[in-house]
Write a protein that binds this ligand. Sequence first.
Ligand SMILES: Nc1ncnc2c1ncn2[C@@H]1O[C@H](COP(=O)(O)OP(=O)(O)O)[C@@H](O)[C@H]1O
Ligand SMILES: [Mg+2]
Length: 331
Amino acid sequence: MSLLSVENLTLQFRTDEGLITAVDDISFTLGRGEVMGLVGESGSGKSVTAKALMMLNAPNAVYGADSRITLHLDDGDVDVLALRRARDMRVVRGGAVSMIFQEPMASFAPALTIGSQMVEQLQVHTDLSKAQARELSVEMLNRVGISDASTRFNQYAFELSGGMRQRAMIAMALSTRPRLLIADEPTTALDVTIQAQVIQLMQELVKDFGMGIIFITHDLGVVAQTADNVSVMYLGRMVETGPVREVLRRPAHPYTQGLLDALPKLDDLDAPLRPVPGDIPSPLERPSGCVFHTRCDRALPQTCATTAPIWTQTGPEHRLACHLSEGEHCA
Ligand SMILES: Nc1ncnc2c1ncn2[C@@H]1O[C@H](COP(=O)(O)OP(=O)(O)O)[C@@H](O)[C@H]1O
Ligand SMILES: [Mg+2]
């Protein structure tokens, strides 16, 4: 059962230098209980895509006329991009959809205790009484492994350690039992050991709550551990998508192959690291044709610089947008 469909999402920003394209015609669906990893180097458009799902982008964002984001909830479909008024937005923000960020300080108001913010959010989105909301909040803090939760409940975000703050943010995001959780680089700023704990925690919570998760990261190792399916973005385009094991074992797009080649291999520490050559071009100077052609060592003369590739199938659910595989298909 589908929980979310994104169709032809195009997102530009008005700036002093002109319109910049941050997301260029991407489409994907997410099922209930499915974890989708969204990967790509910094600047590829992952965060703005995530924010679009909650209408959280800055006011200079311009959505393409064909763009559609639909949440399929139990009591009907929600056309997210049509939500304009704050009242309508409540269904999505902090209710059916929750988001956790890399920087947990951003999620908490500095002058309010963790607990009062959790209680307030619950009272906005549920029918719970204040006492019930308090009880549930402490229970959620407990659930994410915060010891002495009733004391922490009365503390401010700055009084908690980084890892604990991250857990508190997850507790707050999940207390309303969202159908969709968007986690934008939730473990990037954490030590590896705490990162492993947070990932394990999220896996348990998916199992218990059965929600859909979009897990954004630039770390393919984290994706391998957490996601069912993965989509790879580059400069606002989606270039490859499929079941996580398949994409990581048999990456088909030169960009995905490049990301994997750039990782250290634990079974062959002498193998040289090969970073993807060159830098991501500025969004003000988006390459024509395939956006990756300026960094692709297998780019076909003419074709790749002039024509955008179409999607082709390389496995039952494994697809990519690359002229090289179109060629294979034709041959
Ligand atoms: N409000 C904004 N105004 C102008 N450009 C923006 C705005 N928000 C994001 N962008 C641009 O959109 C592009 C994609 O950014 P982002 O989604 O944050 O990338 P990622 O999360 O993949 O690192 C970047 O080039 C970024 O500078
Ligand atoms: Mg980001």
